[in-house]
Design a protein around this ligand. Structure first.
Ligand SMILES: CC(C)(COP(=O)(O)OP(=O)(O)OC[C@H]1O[C@@H](n2cnc3c(N)ncnc32)[C@H](O)[C@@H]1OP(=O)(O)O)[C@@H](O)C(=O)NCCC(=O)NCCS
Length: 141
């Protein structure tokens, strides 16, 4: 992901997470000021159709966000983003983890397919009583 991608990323972000979307400045900070952050996009015919971000701190890695534009979902872009995330994180980390809302069945299906296991519940992670599953996958298998 580069600064030039941010407009397209922000559009997908707002459509994907209407109540909790990050603003452009948050993405900009991740790209320019967070040495632990790694963000990448996936394109179709030169246009951004999805993105994923992670933090990599020594041997720990965590997905911070992943989304595919609503028109392009169900075509394998989420799978490709996740494959790249696992390969990149696997160069230095042994485990990749993430949080997912307990009612986000579509995302959980994707993560299960990618080998993620359920590691517990974070109560009220998203506020207003909305809990998150913690999921994790071992990267060296
Ligand atoms: C979760 C998300 C990134 C998946 O991206 P995607 O490009 O649609 O995923 P893929 O096409 O690679 O599908 C991977 C798997 O996800 C599941 N999936 C995809 N579309 C689905 C749908 N419409 N209904 C149910 N499961 C679905 C399936 O298990 C699928 O595997 P399969 O096609 O072999 O059965 C996408 O739905 C999205 O952006 N959602 C909104 C943002 C979001 O919730 N992000 C996750 C925050 S934790």
């Amino acid at each position: 992901m580069t600064i030039d991608d941010l407009e397209a990323v922000y559009e997908i972000e707002c459509a994907s997470f209407p109540h909790t979307s990050w603003n452009i400045e948050s993405f900009l900070r991740e790209l320019t000021a967070n040495q632990f952050a790694y963000y990448f996009v996936i394109e179709k015919e030169g246009s951004v159709v999805g993105y994923c971000g992670m933090w990599l701190v020594i041997d720990q890695s965590q997905i911070t966000t992943i989304a595919v534009s609503s028109e392009e979902q169900g075509q394998g872009y989420g799978h490709q983003l996740m494959q790249h995330a696992k390969a990149y994180a696997g160069k230095s980390a042994g485990i990749l983890s993430l949080e997912v809302s307990v009612d986000n069945d579509r995302a959980m299906k994707l993560y299960e397919k990618e080998g993620f296991l359920y590691g517990g519940i974070r109560k009220d992670y998203y506020g207003q009583g909305k809990d998150a599953h913690v999921m994790w996958v071992k990267l060296d298998e």
